[in-house]
Design a protein around this ligand. Structure first.
Ligand code: PEP
Ligand code: MG
Length: 567
């Protein structure tokens, strides 16, 4: 069995079509007739544009307009005078077209691949895709026609570029395996949109497999089997059927209310990172936004976003949600999230340092710009402000005082906002959990951030693989903490949500029902799964399970008990 990154859920069993990377080496020549070379280059660009536009159209028809944006992005990049302009300049200086394309693309790839942000790093792979396509045209290399593969095919490639993915015929391709790429890569996004199981980043897989080998792709677990024996195949045939049945069951939950089996309604919101993600939340039937991570606005630019830029981004999400709640979390930088232009000092313990609300309260002018942007957006829908990394009551009071200050300024300027805007806090530190009763007197709502709550409760760095075995929300310490936070919120009569990953965990959901969680905020693609699991449990059943689980002493016993009881 080979392990990779689970990028698109489901089970695929089929026959491999190995896509071999072409040899794109070329001889670097000095060009005397630069005009002729420019003509050759320009006709390659024209061909690239025509092919890419056709692929975009294919994706639009077969997958959807949002996914077609990937290829449209390639068109925009090549239409941008910087890139083609630099290439032309090099040709005019006597370089051959292949060398010019390679040098300019490599320069951009180097620049983008060093960036921390996933989205920026993705640009590096987009440019790599453009480079390969241009070189193939210039060198006259013909690709395998992916659109013609036989039904039951599993595609194996070093990297499945969007241009390759655009040719996939959904009925014929049952799985994808690659050697590079992660969950947020474009090939992963397209595989998910096509609902084709995919496992990415399997080291050396193109060297291991041959055309026509049989393979199993388990895109849920990230497992790959090559030429498995009959027993493994039978096991996975059953798993595949179960998966298909479960997916069909989920479709029954589209447009339904989120209620427990005994009829208690809860709110099922989504976590988003950009305003455009709000569309995904709507498509996936989310009932609101429980966490809008505002960091992207600060990471996607070389400077602090202005009040108008922030207002526009928040308003875009609010407009897309059309009156549904949008909870905007104020800037949460520091820790593992760096913003280069802020020039934050390197710290010995960044997770315990100058981070989130601590940074914002020390940089009030900057913070007020964000608060004003959010307040202005609140005039257009139901917006709430959420404060990250709270550890003491003063922080909430200070943020609320700043919000009041911003409101006064906006009123004086005649700018509209929602005067009753709620200010809530993320409960994601051990301190906040222990004083949840005190915080509940100050905050209008709670949202439990289990990603950090687990880290701070267990004293375990959430990104450190060596101690990952301790990083579990099912640890007795974390479960007790979650229970206490919800109880404190309930006792004070304020709504309690959860926006950490645990909110969508099928094993966690019955416990959250028992503890009395009001709002679940999950990745949009998990809305229906969460709604389905919520619908299976009554409070009484959930209480019985929670009582049993809380009497157990180890994480392993707890997970085993929850798995046994899972519905
Ligand atoms: C959390 O900590 O659970 C959370 C939702 O915030 P983030 O993952 O952005 O720190
Ligand atoms: Mg957090």
């Amino acid at each position: 069995m080979y392990k990779g990154i689970e990028a698109s859920r489901g089970i695929g069993i089929g026959s491999i079509c190995l896509i071999v990377d072409h040899d794109l080496t070329f001889e670097t020549k000095h060009i005397d007739d630069t005009d002729a070379e420019k003509t050759r280059f320009n006709s390659a660009i024209d061909k690239f544009k025509a092919e890419t536009a056709e692929m975009a159209e294919n994706i639009r028809k077969n997958i959807g307009p949002k996914e077609a944006e990937i290829m449209e992005g390639h068109l925009a990049m090549i239409a941008d005078p910087t890139m083609a302009g630099e290439m032309t300049k090099m040709i005019e200086a006597g370089q051959c077209a292949e060398a010019a394309v390679t040098a300019v693309c490599d320069m951009f790839i180097g620049m983008f691949s060093k960036m921390e942000d996933d989205m920026m790093r993705q640009r590096a792979s987009d440019i790599s895709d453009i480079k390969i396509s241009l070189l193939k045209i210039l060198l006259g290399v013909e690709d395998v026609d992916i659109s013609k593969v036989a039904p039951g095919t599993i595609l194996v490639a070093h990297d499945l570029t969007p241009s390759m993915t655009s040719q996939i015929v959904k009925d014929n391709v049952v799985g994808i395996i690659t050697e590079v790429g992660g969950k947020t890569s474009h090939s992963a996004i397209l595989a998910r949109a096509l609902e084709i199981p995919a496992v990415l980043s399997v080291p050396g897989i193109t060297e291991i497999v041959h055309d026509k080998d049989t393979a199993i792709v388990d895109g849920t677990e990230g497992d790959v089997y090559i030429n498995p024996d009959g027993e493994v195949v039978s096991k996975y045939v059953i798993k595949r059927e179960e998966f298909i049945r479960a997916q069909a069951e989920l479709k029954n939950f589209v447009g339904k209310e989120s209620v427990t089996a005994d009829g208690k309604p809860v709110e099922l919101f989504c976590n988003i990172g950009t305003p455009k993600d709000a569309k995904k939340a709507i498509e996936c039937d989310g009932e609101g936004i429980g966490l809008f991570r505002s960091e992207f606005l600060f990471m996607d630019k070389p400077h602090l976003p202005t009040e108008d830029e922030q207002f526009a981004a928040y308003k875009e999400a609010v407009d897309i949600m059309g009156g549904k709640t949008v909870i905007i979390r104020t800037l949460d930088i520091g820790g593992d999230k760096d913003i280069p232009y802020l020039e934050l000092e390197k710290e010995e313990n960044p997770f315990l340092g100058y981070r989130a609300v601590r940074y914002c309260l020390a940089n009030r002018d900057m913070y007020k710009i964000q608060l004003r942007g959010i307040l202005r957006a609140s005039a257009f829908g139901k917006v709430k402000i959420m404060v990250p990394l709270v550890t003491c009551v003063e922080e909430v009071r200070e943020v609320k005082a700043l919000v009041e200050e911003c409101k006064k300024e906006l009123s004086a300027e005649g700018i509209a906002f929602d005067d009753a805007i709620e200010v809530g806090c993320m409960v994601e530190t051990a301190a906040a959990s222990l004083i949840a009763d005190l915080l509940a007197q100050e905050a209008d709502f709670f949202s439990i951030g289990t990603n950090d709550l687990t880290q701070y409760t267990m004293s375990v760095d959430r990104g450190n693989a060596k101690v990952a075995y301790l990083y579990s929300a099912f640890q007795p310490a974390v479960l007790r903490s979650i229970k206490n936070i919800i109880a404190a919120g309930n006792a004070a009569g304020i709504p309690v949500g959860m926006c950490g990953e645990a909110a969508a965990d099928p094993l966690m959901i019955p416990l959250l029902i028992s503890f009395g969680l009001d709002e679940y905020s999950v990745n949009p693609v998990l809305v229906l799964t969460a709604r389905c699991i919520i619908s299976k449990w009554t409070k009484e059943e959930a209480d019985a399970l929670a009582e049993k689980v809380l009497s157990l002493s180890t994480e392993a016993e707890i997970v085993a008990a929850l798995k046994e009881a899972a519905k």
